[in-house]
Design a protein around this ligand. Structure first.
Ligand code: F6P
Length: 345
């Protein structure tokens, strides 16, 4: 009997997902003569048997450089998924699936762990542009997001300078400020604000004002969407929590910009990059990492290494446990932020 592998992409999309899918299909076919069945729209595809057999053909070959995911994606909260165990099992039996490769972030990998606990063979692939999955050096999508944000910052330098403005750029990063840190450093920002380090508006004002006093004519501050002020320094509106337990953001960069404008009387503008960071073609780095994750996930399935997640350690792809992957959020360590702090102003 040939091996049959199910694939699901769940959670927010991410440049490089199609590279993973292509890596899975090509490896499954060429190394194991296995069949790959994709399920549409995240967990919903497994619950409702929304299948699409993936053949190793020209079409699959051409998705390497495409953004998004050919399978579509979606979010389903843990409770709703857990209520559907019977439907998931029926779908897997109907398609004679031996193992599932769920590709996703923390929530998806938690779902993968739940499948495993319920007797379904699983090998996870970590995914997020935020780069905050534990115990992997990088996730694909992050490099693309950083490139896009860096390009935006490069462009903001010239317009900010022409108008003598303070420019704030809000980038993604819920709990971890990796995109802000890397794009801020690569883009020569004068200040970077991340969720790990509550910001002090007095300090930001001082750093920006010092630039003008030194004869510079503008300032750029990169702000991660999940950044929060130090208690008692500034109020930021609360947006509550959505149905998936995620904080709803109310535009921290805009609010910080308004506060800086009030305090300094200077011309201040805010740019929110939003989903532009997640769209479009992946960088070469993300195509390579995604492909390697896909190739190695199939090898893990064929070797019976279930309950594992592929991870990048240095230059090697290694297997970690699902517990290690969902254990905690990989935050920016203080010493990495300190390197950026040395460049403030
Ligand atoms: O987790 C990745 C991420 O890109 C976050 O940085 C961002 O807050 C979130 O997804 C937005 O997701 P969506 O708007 O698609 O729900």
């Amino acid at each position: 009997m040939t091996l049959r592998i199910g694939v699901v992409t769940a959670g927010g999309d991410c440049p490089g997902l199609n590279a993973v899918i292509r890596g899975i299909v090509r490896t499954a076919n060429s190394c194991y003569d296995a069949t790959v069945v994709g399920f549409h729209d995240g967990w919903n595809g497994l619950v409702n048997n929304l299948r699409l057999q993936l053949y190793d053909n020209e079409r699959i070959d051409k998705i390497l450089n495409q953004g998004g995911t050919i399978l579509g994606t979606g979010r389903m909260n843990t409770g709703d998924l857990e209520a559907q165990l019977d439907s998931v099992k029926e779908t897997l039996a109907d398609n004679e699936i031996d193992a599932v490769i769920p590709i996703g972030g923390d929530g998806t990998l938690r779902g993968a762990r739940w499948l495993m606990e319920n007797g379904i063979n699983v090998v996870g692939v970590p995914k997020t542009i935020d780069n905050d999955v534990a115990n992997t050096d990088y996730t694909f999508g992050f490099d693309t997001a950083v490139s896009i944000a860096t390009d935006a910052i490069d462009r903001l330098h010239t317009t900010a300078e022409s108008h003598q403005r303070i420019m704030l750029v809000e980038v993604m990063g819920r709990n971890a400020g990796w995109i802000a840190l890397h794009a801020g450093m690569a883009g020569g920002a004068h200040m970077v604000v991340i969720p790990e380090v509550p910001f002090d508006v007095n300090y930001i004002e001082k750093v920006m004002e010092r630039r003008f006093q030194m004869g510079e004519s503008y300032g750029i501050c990169v702000v991660a969407e999940g950044a929060m002020p130090k208690e008692g320094t500034m109020d930021v509106r609360s947006g509550g929590i959505d149905e998936f337990g995620h904080k709803i953001y109310t535009g921290v960069a805009q609010q910080l910009g308004d506060e800086l404008k009030n305090r300094t009387g200077r011309d201040v503008r805010t740019t929110v990059l939003g989903h532009i960071q997640r769209g479009g073609t992946p960088t070469a780095f993300d195509r390579v990492l995604g492909t390697r994750f896909g190739v190695n996930a199939v090898h893990a399935v064929a070797n019976g290494d279930f309950g594992k997640v592929v991870a990048l350690h240095g230059d090697k792809i290694e297997l970690i446990t699902l517990d290690e992957a969902v254990g905690h959020t990989k935050l920016v360590p203080p010493e990495r932020y300190a390197e950026m702090e040395a460049l403030f102003g």
